[in-house]
Design a protein around this ligand. Structure first.
Ligand SMILES: CC(C)(COP(=O)(O)OP(=O)(O)OC[C@H]1O[C@@H](n2cnc3c(N)ncnc32)[C@H](O)[C@@H]1OP(=O)(O)O)[C@@H](O)C(=O)NCCC(=O)NCCS
Length: 347
């Protein structure tokens, strides 16, 4: 059955004829073909399968496919945020056999042209990257902020037991800067915000300026400026919003509700979930408490395997890894990588 994207199709700019590529707006029926060329993406942690259908229905977003002889060989999504100032590039991928031939460059330029024609007020392009950026990239982009990526895997039922054994005191990892060796920290329960509180706190620049990295709310892979229009997008998502203190926050965190992973190398039966946590703040004890609190909330009901991806202030990575390994006894899936939010002007 052919399911059409319910939104009016945007007028696409002319395809540059010399590239031999055709560009089309993605529809539901392209899903299988897109997944087929995305097998190796993010080592099985590709978020696109769970977001694809929702993306097609978002009015500020367009998903563009590049085709060669009719076959899908690349995808990019562009989404306009920050009160219309920013074009956010997401999901970029090129089929493995077509990489290294300039396809991504052509697609990026095409999408930029498309956005300019549809939203002429857009000033900058933003994207997040987790690959190693070199000097050539920094000629193109300004670095807005970066977070360390900590990826661990565990069995939810095992971790639930471990967390109940831990009780209300945690021993900080010995290498935590500024903390005494192995200090025992009482767990002060973090504050789970309701949506109204989250809205007010995150828009209060006086409160959050020392907490958010470069005044950016990075939720998973999406960077947002703290603006009412962006909060309207964020508050519709299934996220838990937490701070350490409502009046004087030093740490804040956003945790997705667990969502099923449709495939990937870590799949065990049908019960593998993602849990993505963004933590903002520089105090290891408080960061740890937010992390534990999100884990406790979700392991209460979860069964099966969980891939938990945490994005955090880079110096927090090492002590958190030690805590995850030594105290929580969970498995580190990959060594240190970074999530970089970068920006360039739209020409
Ligand atoms: C990254 C990828 C899209 C590059 O595709 P490609 O067609 O081989 O790229 P090109 O030949 O056009 O050249 C690479 C250009 O894309 C840029 N690029 C690489 N990764 C990029 C990214 N994530 N976002 C934007 N630009 C990127 C490079 O800096 C380079 O720019 P330059 O031409 O100014 O030097 C491709 O290797 C791929 O699909 N990788 C797996 C998926 C992935 O990692 N996607 C990125 C995150 S969603």
């Amino acid at each position: 059955m052919k399911i059409e994207n319910s939104l009016p199709r945007p007028q696409l700019p002319e395809t540059p004829p010399q590239t031999g590529l055709q560009f089309t707006v993605a529809t539901e029926e392209d899903f299988e073909e897109i997944m087929a060329m995305s097998q190796d993406i993010y080592g099985g942690l590709d978020y696109l399968p769970t977001r694809y259908t929702a993306w097609l229905s978002e009015s500020n977003r367009t998903v563009i496919l590049a085709r060669k002889q009719g076959k899908v060989i690349a995808l990019e999504s562009v989404c306009v945020i920050d009160d219309g100032d920013t074009m956010l590039v997401e999901g970029l991928r090129v089929a493995p056999q077509e990489r290294g031939k300039g396809v991504a460059g052509v697609l990026l330029r095409f999408c930029s042209q498309l956005v300019k024609s549809k939203w002429p007020e857009v000033k900058v392009t933003r994207l997040t990257r987790d690959d190693q950026l070199g000097p050539k990239d920094f000629q193109k982009y300004r670095l807005i902020t970066k977070q360390g990526i900590l990826l661990v895997r565990f069995n939810a039922e095992d971790l639930k037991l471990r967390l109940s054994e831990l009780g209300l005191h945690v021993t900080l990892p010995p290498s935590s800067e500024g903390t005494p060796q192995g200090s025992d920290t009482p767990l002060v329960p973090p504050v789970l915000l309701d949506l109204n509180e989250a809205h007010q706190m995150f828009l209060n620049s006086g409160l959050m300026s020392d907490v958010l990295p470069n005044a950016t709310i990075v939720q998973d892979w999406q960077p947002f400026k703290p603006l009412p229009s962006n909060m309207a997008i964020l508050l519709k998502k299934d996220i838990d919003w937490m701070v350490d203190d409502r009046d004087v926050p030093a740490v804040a965190s956003l945790c997705t509700h667990p969502f099923r992973v449709p495939g990937g190398p870590y799949r065990v039966g049908d019960d593998t979930y993602y849990l993505n946590i963004d933590v903002f703040g520089k105090d290891i004890g408080l960061v740890l408490q937010q992390f534990l609190s999100h884990l406790r909330r979700h392991t209460a009901t979860l069964k099966g395997y969980v891939m938990c991806q945490m994005f955090l202030y880079p110096p927090m990575w090492k002590p958190m890894v030690e805590f995850c390994r030594q105290t929580l006894k969970v498995e580190l899936v990959k060594e240190y990588t970074e999530q970089c939010v970068v920006e360039s002007d739209v020409m």
